[in-house]
Design a protein around this ligand. Structure first.
Ligand SMILES: CC(C)[C@H](C(=O)O)[C@@H](O)C(=O)O
Ligand code: SF4
Length: 412
């Protein structure tokens, strides 16, 4: 009897798990990328361990600085490739496969009822599939590499219910920003979120990923959507092993929120993710660069939405489109979406994190502003002295056309 997190962690720990208790749980899949694997490998060495627990359950995608931007990164990638090869890591994804969280979903590692841990804060994305997905630091990842287990404090859970259809120009990203506006950036610290309601059941898997991806922006340990027929359809022929869905069962929640989906397109203004405004309040602000991509909004559905607005039009400011994976890029090409975006004047970069964390490929200059479909807008995130506005792919596309923040509803 418990929340989804209590039920999943209880099963993985082999004993009843109640919020607030500490458990040692078995981890089903562990992910670390080029930004964190090296530290995890170093910690593993310091622990005096050389053999990993199960090379088929460790997934390593190179995504944060790809292709390598300098000799230091190139060497880091090289060392990681060699380590992965010598330890028999089965699921090593080199430059170009995509952003870790998208790769984890596409390759079928994020499944209902599983404990899927990543050395990256946005590993809460896997909650879209009904998994307990959470991010850990590199030393905790080293412990998983060594033993396949990790300690957890079982989180309390906030129940979030969102009902209603999405109005014109409103997407899963706007729903996520709406929730963040009310729950606040620290409102779910160390808690889990469970999402219910007709808006969620009608939401595509891509949309659910966008929503769960941003759970960490409220401090949440996990953000979980109970699995349903859509989840099953996505995982059909994709899940790497059988899974048993887990649902909340007579659970008690520490807090509950009810939202109505009848909202405006929203924008999170610099420099806090919960500094959220209706697009009409911030329309007209100058923008130097638009970024459509990331683990939040770099999926095919997002690119297609942007193309709906950009079709037959021209961008007025530099516009970067970064598909979240090779699969997304292929679909964008075969569907004609990529051509539409290119004809509108956008630049399409290779799959990866791009400038999302200010490291690579599209970093901003001091004094510049970016309208971005990513998840973080704190000071310096995409370049020192630059500003980041967060919005949906529709809002980003409308903004690209005007070179200033624009309401997407005027273009639909
Ligand atoms: C580099 C990595 C550790 C980091 C994270 O954990 O979130 C990054 O992905 C980010 O989005 O800032
Ligand atoms: S796309 Fe951005 S938020 Fe997502 S994993 Fe990469 S750097 Fe982190």
């Amino acid at each position: 009897m418990g929340t989804i997190s209590e039920e999943i962690l209880g099963r993985a720990a082999g004993k009843k798990a109640c919020a607030g208790e500490f458990v040692i749980a078995r981890v089903d899949y562990a992910m670390s990328h080029d930004g964190t694997s090296v530290l995890a490998v170093k910690a593993l060495k310091e622990m005096g361990v050389d053999k990993v627990w199960d090379p088929s359950r460790i997934i390593i995608p190179l995504d944060h600085l790809v292709p390598a931007n300098n000799e230091t990164t190139a060497l880091l990638h090289k060392e990681l490739r060699e380590w992965a090869f010598s330890h028999g890591i089965v699921h090593f994804y080199d430059v170009g496969e995509g952003i870790c969280h998208q790769v984890m979903a596409e390759k079928g590692f994020a499944m209902p009822g599983k404990v899927v841990v990543g050395a990256d804060s946005h590993s809460c994305t896997y909650g879209a599939f009904g998994a307990f997905g959470t991010g850990v630091g590199a030393t905790d990842m080293a412990e998983i590499y060594a033993s396949g287990k990790l300690w957890f404090r079982v989180p309390e859970t906030i129940k979030v219910t969102i009902d209603g259809g999405l109005p014109k120009g409103v997407t899963a990203k706007d729903v996520a920003l709406h929730v963040i506006k009310h729950v606040k950036a620290d409102g779910a610290a160390y808690k889990a979120l469970e999402f219910y309601g007709s808006t969620i059941s009608e939401m595509s898997m891509a949309g659910r990923m966008t929503l769960c991806n941003m759970a960490i922006e409220m401090g949440a340990k996990a953000g979980i959507v109970p699995p349903d027929a859509r989840t099953e359809a996505y995982l059909e022929g994709r899940a790497v092993e059988p899974y048993a869905p887990v649902y909340a069962n007579d659970a008690s929640y520490c807090d509950e929120y009810h939202f109505d989906s009848r909202i405006s397109p929203l924008v999170a203004c610099p420099f806090e993710v919960d500094n959220v405004h209706d697009v009409e309040e911030v329309e007209g602000r100058h923008i130097d660069q638009v970024l459509i991509g990331s683990c939040t909004n770099g999926r095919f559905e997002d690119l297609r939405e942007a193309a709906r607005i950009l079709d037959g039009r021209k961008v007025k400011c530099r516009t970067l489109v970064i598909p979240a994976s090779r699969g997304v890029m292929l679909e964008a090409i075969s569907s004609g979406v990529a051509a539409t975006l290119l004809k509108a004047g956008a630049t399409i970069c290779n799959p990866g994190c791009g400038p999302c964390l200010g490291g690579h490929m599209g970093v901003l200059a001091q004094g510049e502003a970016c309208m971005s479909t990513t998840n973080r807008n704190f000071r310096g995130r995409m370049g020192k002295g630059a500003e980041v506005y967060l919005g949906s792919p529709l809002t980003a596309a409308a903004t690209a056309i005007e070179g200033k923040i624009a309401d997407p509803r005027r273009y639909l």
